[in-house]
Design a protein around this ligand. Structure first.
Ligand SMILES: Cc1cc2nc3c(=O)[nH]c(=O)nc-3n(C[C@H](O)[C@H](O)[C@H](O)COP(=O)(O)OP(=O)(O)OC[C@H]3O[C@@H](n4cnc5c(N)ncnc54)[C@H](O)[C@@H]3O)c2cc1C
Length: 402
């Protein structure tokens, strides 16, 4: 059975709700919190409780990052937690990407926990808001270069190291930290640990000032002899050298489609806005006539729409594969590369098409152009996604093709 490209009907209510949240909650406060960088959008607390309630009511319509857990199922052609997560994130990012990144209990660390935690850990960390801390001062793209260490001492791991650019690192309740349990064993020894805020030795040192997603905090966190219970290691504690770091990397297969969905949502916002502005200027887009016979702005719109559709469909494909327990590293990287790149292109092109209005703070177009750029950087840059795609297609290892 193949993929059905229609949006699954059962998610209609969820999509509508997320769209309403965007229109009624996110958009009206978008500009305010973009300007008030580092101020927590307190409106999100109520919304997060609502989402907790929806998730607690069960079913497959879990929203956001926590729906990525893969389930063993003998059914085929399933649309489950990954699909509902991505579809709700697309709608919510149509409202505001930074708000979505600031939603309590919907952090990328929550997606990591959902992806690799055992059932006991999943229950124990159910109510946490978890950020994801991989990047260090010495590396960004090369995630095998982790220098933070986690040394077993009795019933605890003792973590030392510095993590930078941790999204929601200031506001979250806990951080999923990548650290090596034995640096002599290379990448296979990199494991992820849940470290709860308030654990002695964990200090949030500072927050970044940024181009976009300003309502989302980005923190530097230092770990000095920080003792965490050994049961907070996610996945297997064994160092299996031949397996590489497949264990921790598995998270990306679930989170990259989410980030691709963020780009799809943000780009859609810009497309919808520009379509309105063009209409007001007397330019209508005709889908039944060749683009080159139409107004230049309408032709530009059609080209953007086609690019957007490609990003959207790749995102759905990677997500659908996750729900159906199919290996999707290739498709997750393809989706992230395409959606994030066209997200940047489309949002900036819409600024251009709207002229002075696009560049001014009277419209959200300039904000979306700033917000979309990060989606092509974090969870693996454009170049890294292309490298992964090339390796997979050419059957090359990370040593063959760097
Ligand atoms: C706002 C923000 C939020 C973030 N949130 C998080 C977070 O929550 N958790 C976290 O762990 N990290 C986070 N990051 C870090 C982010 O994941 C890294 O910035 C990203 O991985 C890129 O790393 P780098 O900045 O060190 O760039 P580099 O790795 O130094 O790359 C610089 C440039 O070189 C290119 N490049 C690198 N290697 C290759 C190669 N082999 N071939 C071709 N080109 C290459 C890159 O694509 C890029 O264009 C965040 C960053 C920002 C800015």
């Amino acid at each position: 059975m193949g993929i059905n490209l229609e949006t699954p009907k059962k998610f209609g209510v969820l999509i509508n709700q997320a769209h309403q949240v965007s229109t009624e909650i996110f958009r009206p406060i978008s500009r305010k919190y973009d300007k008030a960088e580092h101020e927590y959008p307190k409106e999100l607390d109520m919304l997060a409780s609502l989402i907790d309630g929806m998730n607690a009511s069960g079913g497959e319509t879990s929203t956001g990052a926590r729906g990525v857990r893969r389930k063993d199922s003998d059914k085929t052609n399933v649309n489950g937690g990954n699909m509902s997560g991505v579809l709700s994130i697309i709608e919510a990012c149509w409202g505001d990407v930074a708000m979505v990144l600031s939603m309590p209990r919907q952090g990328l660390g929550n997606a990591a926990i959902a992806s690799v935690a055992n059932d006991e850990q999943l229950a124990r960390f159910d109510h946490t808001w978890a950020a994801m801390a991989i990047t260090e001062p010495g590396f960004g793209s090369d995630s095998a270069a982790v220098t933070a260490t986690a040394v077993l001492d009795g019933d605890h791991y003792v973590i030392n190291g510095e993590k930078i650019f941790v999204t929601a690192g200031g506001r979250c309740d806990s951080v999923v930290v990548w650290a090596s349990v034995d640096r002599s064993k290379g990448r296979a020894a990199i494991k992820s640990f849940v470290v709860e805020k308030g654990t002695p030795g964990m200090v949030v040192e500072r927050l970044e000032h940024k181009l976009g997603i300003r309502a989302s905090d980005t923190a530097t966190i230092r770990f000095t002899d920080c003792r965490v219970p050994k049961d907070n290691l996610l996945g297997s504690p064994e160092v299996e050298v031949e397996q590489g770091f497949a264990g921790v990397m598995q998270t990306f297969d679930n989170t990259r489609p989410l980030v691709a969905g963020m780009a799809v949502g943000c780009a859609r916002a810009a497309l919808d806005e520009i379509e309105d502005l063009l209409k007001q200027a007397g330019v209508t887009v005709d889908y039944d006539r060749p683009a080159h016979t139409q107004h230049a702005a309408a032709a530009a719109y059609l080209q953007m729409e086609a690019d957007w559709e490609a990003g959207y469909l790749l995102t759905l494909e990677a997500t659908w594969m996750a729900d159906n327990n199919k290996p999707n590293s290739l498709q997750a990287s393809m989706a992230k590369a395409k959606a994030a790149r066209v997200g940047v292109d489309i949002t900036l092109r819409c600024v251009e098409l709207a002229g002075a209005l696009g560049y001014s703070e009277d419209s959200l177009l300039e904000k979306w152009a700033r917000d979309s750029k990060i989606l092509d950087i974090f969870e693996g840059t454009q170049q890294i996604q292309q490298l992964i795609v090339a390796r997979r297609l050419l059957n090359k290892s990370s040593t063959d093709l760097k």
